[in-house]
Design a protein around this ligand. Structure first.
Ligand SMILES: Cc1cc2nc3c(=O)[nH]c(=O)nc-3n(C[C@H](O)[C@H](O)[C@H](O)COP(=O)(O)OP(=O)(O)OC[C@H]3O[C@@H](n4cnc5c(N)ncnc54)[C@H](O)[C@@H]3O)c2cc1C
Length: 464
């Protein structure tokens, strides 16, 4: 099945060892695998895209790449927003979607074992059919893969209550930079043997090893969600409500914010009849069930009213709530209707959400650049979207100036420059600003130890 020329010696070697593995080299065939969801970041020309279906095939490909010093860029669903899966010149793109088997769902031990290329929503549906929940729920769950979620330590719409991907990974099978295969962690809920390589690999963005299999924690399926929509005159009021909800001790399963430009974009895409006057809305959900769910949403409603909410709507049926959730998931794509949009990802401690919003408003006004705001407000994790006209020749320069100021504001609030989308290409030059040179040197030492030739996703995370 290989369709490779012998132009580079590795191609002939791969074809000889893996005659049944799909490997493509023509530019029109590799084009679809050159970049993730970011349009504005550089992407190189791959030598080939390879489509392994087993750990053994991944290991063989990496072994050959290591022997010939060919870079390896691993790719899951390609839904990343930091350029992490963008090709570098002369690399082999390892497309992991063929490792798509859910190996085991073990209800007695509340765990699942899955190959890395399984689509996140497929795993969610499979475990739900057995009365179980895999909580990490990125808005991209129909596109992204478990391996990509682990490599980015993805967050999502249920993190307020259940945490991020890292909190649900028990163990990994990983192909190292020389093609050797190791296992980290295992099936035990408690396990403190040796260094915690599992946690090191979570969020490593394909730079330390290639995840081929994961053992994931599950939990019993909670009650169906009940949903409250709260509308506010301004994002500032909504930000205040987020801090008040947290201070009231309510931990909703979902606490998302959309501001006016984003509500407009979502309304244009999916007509939900959202309040046309509101400056911002919060979507607050409880999965506690019964009276506890009512109590949570009552407390949240009281906090919203105290913060100046103009309207509170409880979704009357499950379909209405799901439509709202779907609208939120589409926010990223809906933005395209507003012109050129560059989605940001920053996070601050929850008590400082209102200050972050005030800072964004100040920066937007000073730079005369529209910033739409949406995100996982309950985690303090926001996606300001820098909005420019499609024909603005200065769009990149203006956006870059705004970004730098946003990051300074976020760091001054004790926040982080990326909450969930990763460092990738887009934020590596800010790594040292956040952590200082010594910490970055420690990260570099880890990279050198695990990938001495620097072939795994070169140029990502660590500054040049
Ligand atoms: C509409 C939309 C909504 C989104 N919503 C969220 C959200 O709610 N929360 C969130 O956190 N993110 C979100 N994202 C970003 C993105 O979906 C996540 O980062 C996701 O985890 C990427 O998974 P992927 O399989 O698409 O990975 P890719 O984009 O293919 O790759 C991402 C990174 O992981 C590496 N990688 C991929 N697979 C492996 C593997 N098997 N082993 C080692 N490294 C690997 C790649 O090299 C790259 O560095 C969203 C993106 C879009 C487009």
């Amino acid at each position: 099945m290989s369709r490779v020329s012998a132009a580079h010696p590795i191609l002939a070697d791969l074809a000889a060892e893996l005659p049944d593995t799909r490997i493509v080299t023509a530019a029109d065939e590799t084009e679809a695998y050159r970049r993730d969801e970011t349009e504005f970041l550089p992407a190189g020309r791959p030598l080939a895209a390879a489509f392994p279906t087993s750990t053994a095939e991944v290991a063989a490909i990496v072994r050959h790449c290591a022997a010939q010093r060919v870079p390896v860029v691993t790719r899951g669903g390609g839904s990343g927003l930091s350029g992490g899966a963008n090709a570098v010149d002369g690399c082999v793109v390892l497309v992991m979607t063929g490792l798509d088997r859910i190996i085991e769902i073990d209800a007695a031990n509340l765990l699942a074992v899955t190959q890395a290329g399984v689509i996140t929503a497929d795993l969610e549906r499979a475990v739900e059919a057995q009365g179980l929940l895999y909580p990490p729920d990125p808005a991209s769950h129909e596109l992204s893969c478990i391996g990509g979620n682990i490599a980015e330590n993805a967050g999502g719409l249920r993190c307020v209550k259940y945490g991020v991907t890292r909190d649900w990974v028990l163990g990994l099978e990983v192909v190292l930079a020389d093609g050797e295969v190791i296992r980290t962690g295992g099936r035990n809920v408690k396990d403190v043997m040796g260094y915690d390589l599992t946690r090191l690999l979570v969020g490593s963005e394909g730079t330390l090893g290639i995840i081929t299999e994961a053992t994931l924690k599950l939990r019993p399926l909670p009650a169906p969600k009940t949903t409250l929509l709260a509308f506010f005159p301004t994002v500032g009021h909504a930000g205040d409500a987020v801090s008040r909800i947290t201070a009231a001790g309510v931990i909703p399963v979902t606490l998302e914010m959309l501001d006016r430009p984003i509500i407009d974009a979502v309304e244009q895409a999916v007509h939900l009849g959202l309040d046309p006057e509101a400056g911002a809305l919060l979507m607050i959900e409880s999965d506690a069930g019964g009276k506890e769910a009512e109590r949570e949403l009552d407390l949240a409603a009281a906090a919203c009213s105290a913060a100046g909410a103009t309207k509170l709507d409880r979704a009357t049926d499950a379909a209405e709530a799901e439509a709202m959730r779907e609208a939120r998931r589409r926010a990223h794509w809906s933005l395209e209707q507003l012109g050129q949009a560059r989605t940001e990802d920053v996070s601050v401690p929850r008590s400082r959400v209102a200050e972050l919003i005030a800072a964004l408003e100040g920066i937007s006004a000073r730079h005369h650049l529209r910033i739409g705001v949406f995100g996982h407000a309950g985690d303090g994790n926001f996606h300001p979207a820098y909005l420019t006209a499609r024909d603005d020749p200065q769009a990149k320069e203006r956006t870059d100036a705004v970004r730098a100021e946003v990051y300074e504001a976020v760091l001054a609030l004790g926040g982080t420059i990326s909450g969930e989308h990763g460092t990738g290409l887009t934020k590596k030059q800010f790594l040292e600003r956040q952590f200082g040179p010594r910490a970055v040197a420690a990260m570099r030492a880890i990279k050198d130890a695990l990938d001495p030739q620097g072939i795994l996703n070169p140029g990502k995370i660590l500054p040049d």
